[in-house]
Design a protein around this ligand. Structure first.
Ligand code: CP3
Length: 340
């Protein structure tokens, strides 16, 4: 197996280049994905193990990434809890009815999660037989998952979520605890099935001020990590978390994943050499010319040159408007290493 990614997670990659994989590497920017998507709904694609196995491999075949990420979605845990989840073209996720107050929590149940999510186990077991690169499992952190359940859809400001959080801290915690319980079961299912690493996505935790970030983000990463039955490397990702990097590193995850609003080198100075750093190219670089992609990626490679704990990634997911050739150019640039 190609171990570049796992070596870097242990801060022990001494080869000539960092490993590379990209958040949302399987998705609508790929024609192979769109062809399947024309025949199936997104939820069907995430629930049918054969489709999950196929879609997880699509970007590996096309670009030769150093890690695979399970094709799935963070909101499947909300669905398994009993929320009515749908994905509508152009609108993204919809949860209807939304969870508006502590009273609504009673419609949710964290029982039988491994049974309800057994499709993921089947897919992971199958993938582990086939893959020659490590497989990343993942989950959403409770705050981000809760925000979709409360807002009912993608929101630009999370006002409903934050109003509830400030007005009724006990009820809000009850919801986060329930999501945590389900998520721990889901993570253990993925770990038992054989994933090599776990990434925790708390995309919207950057909406929190520091006291709330401690209470509703950091404390819950700790609960998730403590709930894992086996010691699998964990990567923590939240957007805009450069300013909180020291606090993330203090939880001692294997890695932290950063967006493009911070300087990776400066973060390395702050957090020391024992935590892997993943990121942080601006995904919009992929909308520019090959020469610009080479220049911007080359610059980041140079900044992180020789760092045994560096994993090349974007600062957030690839968007559907990215040309496939841009991803090819990017991956070739990383594979050529620091002399590009
Ligand atoms: O990275 C991968 O290739 C693995 C698959 C993956 C998806 N979603 C597939 C997906 C992962 C890791 C996620 C995580 C996810 N999902 C997050 C956290 C990371 C981030 O991007 O911030 C969040 C917040 C979600 C919730 C979600 N799912 C939204 C807001 C949307 C709609 C936005 C959009 O891009 O359409 C989704 C849908 C979704 N998840 C798609 C894919 C490939 C597009 C679905 C389609 O084909 O219509």
């Amino acid at each position: 197996m190609n171990r570049l990614f796992l070596d870097a997670l242990e801060c022990n990659n001494h080869s000539s280049r960092p490993p590379v994989w990209l958040m949302r590497q399987a998705g609508r920017y790929m024609p192979e994905y769109r062809a399947l998507r024309a025949k199936h709904s997104f939820l069907e694609m995430t629930h049918q193990p054969e489709l999950v196995v196929e879609i997880t491999q699509q970007p590996l075949r096309a670009f030769g990434f150093d890690a695979a990420i399970l094709f799935s979605d963070i909101l499947l845990v909300a669905e398994a809890l009993g929320a009515n989840l749908q994905f509508e073209d152009g609108l993204g996720p919809l949860i209807n009815p939304s969870i508006s107050s502590a009273r609504d929590i009673s419609i949710l149940s964290a029982s039988e999660i491994p049974h309800k999510m057994r499709f993921a186990k089947t897919a992971i077991e199958e993938l582990k037989k086939i893959l020659r690169v490590p497989l990343i499992g993942f989950c959403g952190a409770p705050f981000t998952v809760a925000s979709y359940m409360i807002e009912g859809r993608s929101s630009k400001d999370l006002k409903k979520t934050k109003r509830w959080m400030f007005e009724d801290a006990d009820g809000f915690k009850q919801l986060l605890d329930l999501i945590t319980q389900a998520t721990v079961d889901y993570l253990n299912l993925q770990i038992e099935a054989g994933v090599d690493a776990i990434q925790i996505f708390d995309t919207w935790a950057n909406f929190l001020g520091y006291p709330q970030f401690q209470r509703y983000a950091l404390a819950y990463y700790q609960k998730l990590m403590q709930g894992m039955k086996k010691n699998v490397p964990v990567i923590l990702f939240c957007k805009g978390s450069g300013g909180y990097a020291h606090a993330l590193a203090a939880l001692k995850p294997a890695g932290i994943s950063l967006d493009w609003s911070c300087d990776m080198c400066a973060i390395r100075q702050q957090v020391g050499s024992k935590v892997a750093l993943q990121g942080n190219l601006d995904p919009d670089v992929l909308l520019s010319s090959p020469a610009t992609i080479q220049k911007e990626a080359g610059h980041l490679l140079q900044r992180m040159q020789g760092d045994p704990g560096y994993i090349f990634n974007l600062g957030h997911g690839i968007t559907p408007d990215v040309p496939v050739d841009s991803v090819k150019t990017l991956v070739e640039t990383i594979r050529r290493g620091n002399d590009s």
